[in-house]
Design a binder for this molecule. Structure first.
Ligand SMILES: [Zn+2]
Length: 69
């Protein structure tokens, strides 16, 4: 029974290690998003000339927003 507990805490430790590495990589991508800041617009122009500060999906047609200059 003790052995099982040891293995369980070892697996838990691995998960914690994985989580910290994941959060580090996600913060890195956040920096990338800030670096590639621009204006994004729906390719179908659902909302006319309305533009967004970050990439994503159009709230109206769910299409991927295109970067505009
Ligand atoms: Zn749209």
């Amino acid at each position: 029974m003790r052995k099982v507990h040891f293995i369980f805490s070892f697996i838990l430790l691995l998960f914690i290690a994985c989580d910290t590495s994941k959060s580090e990589s996600s913060s890195g991508s956040n920096v990338e998003k800030l670096m590639s800041s621009g204006k994004f617009q729906c390719p179908m122009k659902c909302e006319g000339e309305k533009s967004y500060d970050s990439a994503g999906a159009c709230p109206d047609c769910r299409m991927e927003l295109k970067k505009i200059k």
